[in-house]
Structures are given as C-alpha cells and as structure tokens.
Design a protein around this ligand. Structure first.
Ligand SMILES: Cc1cc2nc3c(=O)[nH]c(=O)nc-3n(C[C@H](O)[C@H](O)[C@H](O)COP(=O)(O)OP(=O)(O)OC[C@H]3O[C@@H](n4cnc5c(N)ncnc54)[C@H](O)[C@@H]3O)c2cc1C
Length: 373
C-alpha cells in the first residue's frame, strides 16, 4: 500500500490519480484536510504570466504554462482526477496597473511576453474597475481561480474510505529503508510518500535524513473585513517590479466580505510587527483600489510559511519529487503544480501488495485558516 502523509492538494491529487489507476493508497493528515497551505492559498491556477511580468519568459513561466489546461480538464470531469464538483470563483484573473508610469510599463511588457494569454480589456466591463477615477490599465488572464472550500469536499467524495486523521510522529526504518510510519493511531507499513508541506522536514529528521532540504518562505498576509461589500476581485495590482504589489481575492463568509491580501506587501511584512503590517496592508489596498472608497471594518495579519525544496531562499520553479531510502519527498511549490507533481512521481512508483486499510478516524474537512481566529 502507498501511504501518503499530508492531505493538502498535493497528497489528495496524487491519491486521486492512484485510485484512478487501481493503486491501493491511503492519506493520513494530522488535522482537517487542506488546512495547511492549501486553504491558506489564494486558489489561483497560475499559468506563468505572474512570473513573466518583467517581459521575460522565465523557466518558471514555461513549466507552469500547461497547468490551467490540466486543471480545466479535471474541473470538467474529463481526466483521471474528477473535480467537476469544484466551483470557480472566476474563470479568469485580472491584472491592473494604477496610473503610475512604472506599473503601466510592467503591464505593457507582461502583455508583450504573454500576448496569447493576456488581453487588455475595457475597465467599464468590470464592475470593480468601471469608475472614471480608475486611470490605469486592466488586463484579463484566462487562468482560473478555485473556490477552495469546494476543492477539499470534491477530493473527499472521490477518496471516500481512504482519508484518515492520524499524526505521523516518525518514519519506520528497517535495514536503512523506510518501510512505514508510526502515528498516534498506530503503526502502518507500506511505501511512504511525504506530501506533508512544512511537516515533511521534521519527518525526514525523525529518520535521521538531512536531505532533501526544505526552505520556508514566510508571508504576512492581510485579512480585511469590509463594512460594505465591493464587486469581487481576483487578481494582481502591477507595481514597478516584476512582482505584483498586491494580490487580492474576495471571499463572502458569514455575511461578511473579506479581502485576502498577498503579493509584495505580504512578503515585505514578515519582519514588521502586526500593527505595522496592518497599516502597511491597509495603505497598500486603499491605494491600489483608490477609486473604490473602501469601508474597512478590521485588518488582521495572517502569518504562514510557504514550504518548498531548498532553493537558497529563491522561488523554486517546478514541482519537486525525490526519494531517500525508499521514501518519496514531494513539494508542489504551487497549488497549480499539483498535477505536475503527480506526473513526476507516478511513473516511479512500484506496484505493491494490497493490504487492508486502517480503521482509524476519518479525516475531516478543513476551513480557511485565515478565518479561524
Ligand atoms: C498565503 C499563500 C498563498 C498561496 N497562493 C497560491 C496560489 O494562489 N496559487 C498557487 O498555485 N499556489 C499558491 N500558494 C502555494 C500553495 O498553497 C502550496 O504550494 C500548496 O498548497 C502546497 O500543498 P501541499 O499539499 O504540498 O501542502 P499543505 O497544503 O501544506 O498540506 C500539508 C498537509 O500535511 C499535513 N501534515 C503535516 N505534518 C504532518 C504529520 N506529521 N502527520 C500528518 N499530517 C501532517 C498538514 O496538516 C497539511 O494538511 C500559496 C501559498 C500560501 C502560503
């Protein structure tokens, strides 16, 4: 049996691919499914345009370019992973520049580099941008945004009976090979696949492995509750550099609308106090959407690490899969790259005997972690 440790998008996608091929597997998670980076993400299925804002088609843009199509196939229920129960927030993302020369220039270069995927649109066609006070440029990218709270149930539906709540405390080794896991529910033997995000590092160390090495890239995300809702926005405000100034998603939860704010402001905020970061986020968002006259109720900071293969602090540009002592170590590095991660590992897995699934507690459904406090 394949034992997948970690029920975020990478473990769940892989489990669904294995199931479609009749390969026996189970997924173990220490908490509610998806409640790590997956539900903390902004659900954007990037096709690389975000990485080409300097006008250069980087390797990252190239690798990730095929992903929106892969996801669309799954969303249409046409592939081995059936995500037809998943709802989209939008089928596109917006990029906008404000009226500054620098950001218009970045927008121009991005549109040249990615002309086939990115089209300039009339601001009046988008309710959030139709104000005459919006003086920038608006672009549409045909790359979908998932409604993440529908993603986990879609996987649960497909993987019923295979998802368990269990905290893996250590890898079990025999003759220098990993042969299973120890958990708070008991021990289990099988081929171990680590998709445990940030938890993978401790599990590798439990078996004395120093490699593959993991890096954490922290973010101080903004969570803004609005007193009055605005028209939904899923997209990126272009700045003067190749990184978006802010990346925004809008979410309706318990009759309140939230702006979830990432991008450069979330990266720049990691060493700021919460109070400093709250001000920085509020300023960035009110400037970046100055024509909307936002009625802000509260601003919170949600801190989270991106867990990735070591790339000396830089953004890794592909899904990572490596093996050590018969144990697979996986980091997708992007939600969008979950299919690429499965593609990388599937041909390398060995068939192994069917063993009974554990009779452990069934894993529950995660919620947006930035809304839990
Ligand atoms: C703020 C933010 C925004 C992002 N936005 C985007 C985006 O818009 N688009 C995009 O493509 N990517 C985005 N990403 C990246 C993306 O979220 C991650 O690359 C992806 O979700 C990682 O999925 P995963 O399944 O590998 O890890 P995770 O989702 O972190 O899942 C790991 C799971 O392992 C479990 N686990 C850990 N240790 C143990 C253990 N010992 N025993 C049992 N279970 C364990 C955890 O409980 C967790 O559920 C974003 C990331 C962040 C942080």
């Amino acid at each position: 049996m394949k034992i997948i440790v970690g029920g975020g998008v990478s473990g769940l996608w892989l489990a669904a691919e294995l199931k479609a091929r009749g390969i026996h597997c189970c997924v173990l998670d220490r908490g509610p499914l998806g409640q790590g980076q997956t539900l903390a993400s902004q659900g954007m299925i990037h096709g690389g345009t975000k990485y080409a804002l300097n006008g250069l088609l980087t390797r990252a843009a190239d690798v990730i370019g095929a992903m929106p199509k892969r996801w669309r196939t799954a969303l249409n229920g046409e592939g081995s992973v059936n995500l037809s129960a998943v709802t989209l927030e939008r089928s596109d993302q917006l990029l906008w520049s404000t009226d500054s020369m620098a950001s218009n220039l970045v927008g121009f270069f991005a549109s040249q580099a990615m002309r086939s995927r990115m089209t300039r649109i009339d601001a009046t066609s988008e309710p959030a941008f139709e104000s005459s006070a919006f003086k920038g440029h608006l672009y549409r990218l045909m790359e979908p945004v998932l409604k993440l709270d529908t993603l986990i149930p879609a996987f649960q539906q497909q993987l019923s009976g295979q998802l368990f709540e269990a905290t893996v405390s250590a890898l079990t080794c025999r003759h220098g090979q990993v042969i299973g896991v120890e958990t708070d529910q008991g021990a289990l033997e099988g081929e171990v696949i680590l998709t445990a995000g940030e938890g993978t590092e401790a599990l590798l160390r439990s078996a004395g492995f120093e490699t593959p090495r993991m890096q954490r890239r922290p973010l101080a995300m903004g969570v803004i509750a609005l007193k009055q809702p605005i028209a939904g926005i899923f997209g990126h405000q272009l700045g003067a550099t190749s990184k978006p100034k802010i990346t925004l998603s809008t979410h309706e939860i318990d009759s309140t609308q939230y702006l979830y704010v990432g991008g450069q402001v979330a990266e720049d905020g990691i060493d700021k106090t919460d109070t400093e970061q709250q001000s920085a986020i509020q300023e960035a968002v009110t400037r970046g959407l100055h024509w909307l006259d936002l009625k802000i109720d509260s601003v919170d900071v949600f801190r989270i690490n991106r867990a990735e293969p070591d790339a000396s602090g830089h953004r890794p540009d592909h899904a990572f899969v490596d093996a050590i002592a018969g144990c697979w170590v996986c980091w997708p590095t992007k939600l969008a790259l979950a299919p690429a991660l499965a593609d990388a590992i599937l041909p390398r897995l060995q068939p192994n005997p069917q063993t009974p699934l554990p009779t452990w507690p069934v894993a529950t459904t995660g919620r947006y972690p930035w809304r839990l406090n």
